[in-house]
Design a protein around this ligand. Structure first.
Ligand SMILES: Nc1ncnc2c1ncn2[C@@H]1O[C@H](COP(=O)(O)OP(=O)(O)OP(=O)(O)O)[C@@H](O)[C@H]1O
Ligand SMILES: [Mg+2]
Length: 538
């Protein structure tokens, strides 16, 4: 029988936090004004940038306390004097440490740019607490009042491909950061990034259909009852895909399990670092990273800005300012001038002078090649699945989806068969969708299990059923029992309705047995018989 999980409607505010690999933010709206989504839209304003999200950067002092977050953390770090720099550490890209991790160690460490480390749990807790406090302050400022903490429904988004352990890790960090009342576990929803982003876009298109007639027929037709769509959330760290069917205005059904890989936008940054190592030498690059982390940070920020301007086609060259220390370090390490190291190689399309590294467009475009190919290959494999044969729309969300190179590649690969839609606020869809999901967490009525779950059981041994080669026999009360059988509760690929209850009966294996211990196991396999098979974990 299915019942909805979120029956408690006693809340006032839906508040969402999106902690991204590269950028983070928050958004919220009040019950009754669900579509009036607010949030900080001018992160970095005092550094003459104005963004809806801020870099996921945590500046920590030597006492392990948070000094600053986001643009402010980067700016403070960049302005540190040489004798101050040892007093602080900057943590970035730590979300990727949780990615795809099956077993989460609570004591895992996160590495800062200066190689110092702190528990990953502390870094996540600081991040969540910072965003939470900023959000509450924003509510206070814009509405002139605070909201009773019990009346806030918090939503924290995570990649759909994360393991249960990683999701649990996030839940614990949120509790430590004071995001939920210990007596109200349902106050915090861990939502799936592509799922909520998809919800937001679908509802936006449906509303536009009602509100305006200026939208083309092709667009308004994108989401009709019964339509099936794939959401691809291409962020900084991961690409994360899920598939849904529109059941009614109010409900969606997941039709295929979440899949993905780590070909996010930061893979382009990694390709740039590799390219730089080729043209100036690996020694020079690693020395700058170690000895001059501030200059390295500035170089990577510059590259990220430039990267966002890259078009699919063009003859423009890209000028990247070189930090002065790079010249000094090149000389120290190689006893050659940096300009000579680069220019004497005569690499077509690459020039270097005292201030700039100038790179031709096609070389930069080449840095996108592997990640873009990785994404397209993943999508190709996914779209080949017979379960996705009715998909009519691919929805591209996440910041990396704003790249014209990726957009063209996806359209070229799939545009003849399905509509490829890219909303104009692609990098904000996760956050806005999370707020909407907080108001209506029952909208997705069924999801597909990504793992097989079960209990360890035993049965009377039957050679025909259990097979001679698979004997795991133990004699209990003079009866041969086949042990270590995985009694499956949920099979990978199975559709599970939200709130669904399944009943299983356990009977004692012997007359003297007075209690039964339940050991839960999970595995990525869908065909599995025994708990001691490879890939099965307790
Ligand atoms: N126009 C653009 N062209 C190329 N890359 C872009 C563009 N806009 C944003 N990006 C890249 O997208 C990434 C940021 O996207 P987003 O904010 O969705 O990621 P995130 O939430 O930090 O990561 P994740 O969701 O994987 O944890 C960065 O790598 C950024 O450089
Ligand atoms: Mg994201």
């Amino acid at each position: 029988m299915a019942s909805s999980l979120y029956e408690d409607d006693d809340y006032e505010l839906s508040a969402a936090l999106d902690i991204g690999t590269t950028f983070s933010g928050y958004a919220y709206s009040f019950k009754g004004h669900e579509r009036d989504i607010e949030g900080c839209k001018n992160w970095g304003a005092n550094m003459s940038v104005s963004n809806h999200k801020t870099p996921t950067a945590v500046l920590v002092n030597k006492d392990g306390k948070l000094e600053a977050f986001g643009y402010e953390a980067q700016e403070r770090y960049k302005s540190l004097e040489e004798d101050e720099i040892q007093m602080y550490s900057l943590y970035e890209r730590f979300k990727m440490q949780l990615e795809l991790t099956e077993k989460m160690n609570r004591d895992s460490l996160s590495m800062a740019s200066d190689q110092s480390s702190l528990p990953l749990m502390d870094i996540f807790t600081m991040t969540i607490r910072y965003l939470k406090d900023h959000l509450l302050e924003s509510v206070n400022k814009s509405h002139g009042r605070s909201v009773d903490s019990k009346k806030i429904r918090w939503v924290i988004t995570v990649p759909a491909i994360w393991s249960d352990a990683a999701k649990q890790f996030m839940r614990e960090a949120a509790s430590k950061a004071g995001v939920r009342d210990i007596n109200r576990p349902m106050q915090l929803i861990i939502a799936l990034e592509p799922e909520v982003a998809g919800l937001y876009v679908v509802s936006k298109y449906q509303t536009r259909f009602v509100q305006t007639s200026r939208i083309s027929k092709r667009e308004t037709d994108a989401f009709r009852l019964g339509d099936e769509y794939v959401v691809m959330d291409c962020g900084g760290g991961t690409i994360d895909t899920t598939c849904y069917k529109i059941k009614s205005n109010q409900t969606l059904e997941q039709t295929y399990e979440a899949t993905g890989n780590s070909f996010g936008g930061t893979k382009v940054d990694d390709a740039f670092v590799e390219f730089l190592s080729q043209i100036v030498g690996l020694d020079v690059v690693s020395t700058i990273r170690q000895e001059s982390p501030v200059d390295w940070l500035q170089l990577m920020i510059t590259f990220d800005h430039k990267k966002k301007t890259i078009q699919n086609k063009g003859s423009d060259r890209l000028n990247i300012e070189i930090p002065y220390c790079m010249h000094e370090i090149a000389w120290e390490v190689t006893e050659r001038k940096l300009t000579d190291i680069v220019n004497n190689q005569r690499i077509p399309g690459v020039r270097c002078n005292k201030r700039m590294l100038t790179i031709d467009h096609d070389i930069i475009q080449d840095l996108f090649r592997k990640p873009v190919q990785g994404i397209v290959d993943h999508m190709r494999k996914l779209m080949r699945s017979p379960k996705l044969k009715n998909v009519s729309v691919i929805l591209m969300v996440g910041g990396f989806s704003e790249s014209p190179i990726l957009q063209v590649a996806v359209k070229e690969a799939f545009g003849r068969k399905v509509k490829v839609l890219i909303p104009d606020d692609a990098s904000m869809c996760v956050l806005y969708g999370a707020v909407a999901f907080g108001h209506n967490p029952n909208i997705v009525t069924s999801r597909i299990a990504r793992m097989t779950y079960g209990d360890r059981i035993c049965e009377t041994y039957d050679p025909r059923k259990h097979g001679e080669g698979k004997r795991r026999v133990q004699v209990i009360d003079k009866i041969a029992r086949q042990t270590k059988i995985l009694g499956i509760y949920v099979k990978r690929g199975e559709a599970i309705k939200v709130g669904q209850v399944k009943e299983f009966t356990s009977v004692p294996a012997s007359v003297s047995q007075t209690g039964i211990d339940h050991y839960l196991y999970c595995t990525e396999k869908s065909d599995v018989e025994y708990v001691d098979e490879e890939g099965v974990e307790q």
